[in-house]
Design a protein around this ligand. Structure first.
Ligand code: SF4
Length: 335
């Protein structure tokens, strides 16, 4: 049985005192060695969630606990350990690397700072091994180069090498392949997967691209976010083969033909509206109701909470009925 590494409880996040909540009521557990894909459109709060996990952003209310301890109640040593063990790989590899430092200098800094190596010779050997681990071989071709001398995909591998250099337990990867050439995306995702299998590192993979989310793991979790809330949470295979929430079904239906993410091809799911509501004026009741073709009167008055339906956590009053329709292949018709 895998132990819980990180637990988020009743997380709310706003960036100003009386401002709108970017995240609302998030509960999430990340277990040892688990991969969690977080999907949703721009502005749904997934990047903010990633930054809360690594404590770049602090919750407005709610808690983040690492190995059972609230990170706000940790002593200095415990907090240092948490920051070391929970790393982030960012989207923009160019901005994330110092342009005036060679790859060796950039990769050496954290392992020296955290006393993982004790001598220059050991540092060089360790950096070479890291480069090899992330597929940048022969390592002598890369170790003394500057970031601008590498491609986007190679720089992204450097960021992964830097993250694993401190032996983390969780890596939050925020759209790590979105700025990389399409042809290289799958090999980078396979690299993350290899790191998960080889070192047992848990991954939180944040993306707007459902097709790539499926590559990160066969047995991980999938979280679907909409306007700062989790609307569906399930085993990734279960979720993609049997989506329940109407928003998630619309995302699945929009996966381009020819891309197989283990889902059934289904006709485009009509939405009442294409525009995402303004987060400053959230709809009453179910936040998805203005766009939902299945909405009934109660949906505009009452808020559905996440609840279990066929091994999936879903925030929809009518998930069972919608699921039955799906089984009968009557997708697209309102209940
Ligand atoms: Fe649609 Fe109602 Fe379900 Fe919300 S609760 S997703 S509006 S059917």
């Amino acid at each position: 049985m895998m132990n819980n590494l990180l637990e988020i409880s009743q997380l709310y996040k706003s960036f100003s005192n009386h401002g709108e909540m970017i995240l609302r009521g998030i509960n999430l557990t990340i277990k040892e060695g688990e991969s969690v894909a977080v999907v949703g459109e721009s502005g749904c709060g997934k990047t903010t969630l990633g930054k809360v996990i690594v404590d770049i952003h602090q919750p407005t209310s709610g808690t983040v606990s690492y190995r059972g301890k609230n990170i706000r109640e940790m002593n200095k040593k415990e907090y240092r350990e948490y920051r070391l063990k929970v790393q982030m790989v960012q989207q923009d590899s160019f901005a994330a690397l110092n342009p005036y430092k060679t790859i060796y200098q950039s990769l050496k800094a954290p392992i020296v700072a955290h006393k993982i190596v004790k001598s220059e010779q050991e540092a060089r050997k360790t950096v070479s091994a890291l480069l090899e681990d992330v597929g940048l071989t022969p390592t002598s071709h890369f170790i003394d180069k500057y970031p601008h001398q590498l491609s986007g995909g190679q720089r992204q591998r450097i960021l992964i090498a830097r993250a694993i250099s401190v032996k983390p337990e969780i890596i939050v990867a925020d759209e790590p392949v979105s700025m990389v050439d399409v042809s290289l995306r799958i090999s980078l995702l396979k690299l993350l997967r290899k790191m998960n299998e080889k070192y047992g590192i848990s991954f939180v993979y944040i993306t707007h691209d459902l097709a790539t989310a499926r590559y990160i793991s066969d047995d991980g979790k999938l979280i679907v976010m909409y306007l700062g809330e989790i609307v569906e949470l399930a085993d990734i295979t279960e979720a993609t083969s049997n989506p329940l929430h109407p928003y998630f079904r619309a995302l699945i239906a929009a996966v381009p033909k020819g891309i197989n993410i283990g889902h059934q091809q289904m006709p485009a799911l009509p939405l009442k509206g294409v525009d995402i509501p303004n987060i400053k004026q959230l709809p009453k009741g179910c936040i998805f109701h203005p766009r939902c073709i299945y909405a009934k009167e109660t949906c505009s008055q009452n808020k559905p909470l996440l609840r279990n339906c066929n091994n999936t956590e879903v925030a929809c009053f009518f998930a069972e009925e919608i699921d039955n329709l799906q089984q009968e292949n009557e997708i697209g018709h309102p209940v």
